[in-house]
Design a protein around this ligand. Structure first.
Ligand code: MRU
Length: 314
């Protein structure tokens, strides 16, 4: 698997996720404003990857000689829902206060993220049975993290344990992270994968064709989990057809302070909905609502797979 991101010669390189899987190109950030722009425009996306990129944005600000508190305030405006962004920026500020550099802290955070995901994979593998078909939504893979992945990390671990699993990816409109990114990751590892349109998930469960659902999270808080739009419908269908519904997420995605319904749900540009591949699929004046995330309530969740074991939803 290509690296999601790396730091070299005081610059941040991000695989450009907007053009995957057809082109593999790295987007170079030479200053923290470019890193903010990359998070906003989804060059890099996925909660843990946003967190590590935000830490590197702080590192770029340090290299530029910018006041870190001021940079932190700007970086925190990039996207509102994934709590990892706020967690990572605060962690860098704290480390710098204790005499560490932002650069070293970000490099450590990147390494730590991969080892956390591998532990999530080990715990998650315990709930996966031989020959399971696992449905996932959006992309909670290596590309959504510094590497390996959370939900796709569980799938990778089960595949590495020779469990003969199969994967179903929801395409995940409007940005198609499932079709473009999760399918790509599975194909790179030779894990059998099938792509479905989002609307087919309920049908697949009703027909008994899904054994488990495993998704990622942008925030875990009291009352439920915020994740990519469409997660709620998948969870409701899973409940109806008795399919275990797991969320895989690091502890850095847990927000113990807020109620999940008080979390800001990002509203994105209407062109994401009006267009596919830069072509309008309906009249451009059509009124649009484009919430990027929804909330899966705690009673719909079988368990949250973390690096500390499987926990109950909050
Ligand atoms: O808008 P995105 O692509 O950043 O949304 C990503 C998701 O919803 C992921 O499922 C979530 O961030 C978990 S990534 C390990």
């Amino acid at each position: 698997m290509e690296r999601t991101l790396y730091w070299e010669d005081d610059k941040l390189y991000l695989i450009d996720q907007r053009i995957l899987p057809h082109k593999i190109e790295y987007y170079e950030c030479t200053n923290y404003h470019e890193a903010i722009e990359a998070i906003k425009t989804m060059v890099v996306r996925g909660a843990p990857a946003i967190g590590v990129s935000a830490a590197y944005a702080m590192a770029l600000a340090e290299v530029e000689g910018v006041h870190l508190n001021a940079a932190a305030d700007e970086i925190k405006q990039a996207r509102p829902t994934a709590v990892n962004l706020f967690w990572a920026v605060d962690k860098v500020l704290e480390a710098v206060k204790n005499g560490e550099t932002a650069v070293n802290t970000a490099i450590e955070m990147e390494k730590e993220d991969i080892s956390i995901n591998k532990r999530i994979g080990e715990y998650g593998n315990e709930v996966i049975d031989k020959n399971d078909t696992i449905l996932t939504h959006c992309n909670a893979g290596a590309l959504a993290c510094a590497g390996y992945g959370t939900a796709l990390g569980v799938i990778r671990a089960a595949h590495e344990a020779h469990k003969n699993i199969r994967v179903i990816c929801d395409e995940t409109r409007p940005v198609l992270q499932g079709a473009r990114l999760s399918v790509f990751e599975m194909q790179q590892e030779n894990i059998p994968v099938k792509l479905i349109v989002d609307g087919a998930a309920g049908h697949m469960m009703q027909k008994g064709l899904v054994d488990k659902v495993v998704i990622g999270a942008d925030r875990v808080a009291k009352g439920g989990v915020a994740n990519k739009i469409g997660s709620l419908m998948v969870a409701l269908a899973a409940k109806r057809y008795d399919v275990p519904f797991y969320v895989a997420a690091p502890i850095s995605t847990f927000d113990y302070e807020n109620d999940i319904f008080d979390v800001t749900i990002e509203q994105r540009n209407k062109d994401e909905v009006l267009k596919i591949n830069d072509k309008y699929i309906t009249k451009k004046e059509t009124e649009v609502e484009n919430p990027a995330f929804d909330i899966v309530e705690s009673d719909l969740i079988t368990g949250i797979i973390t690096e500390e074991g499987i926990k109950k939803a909050l």
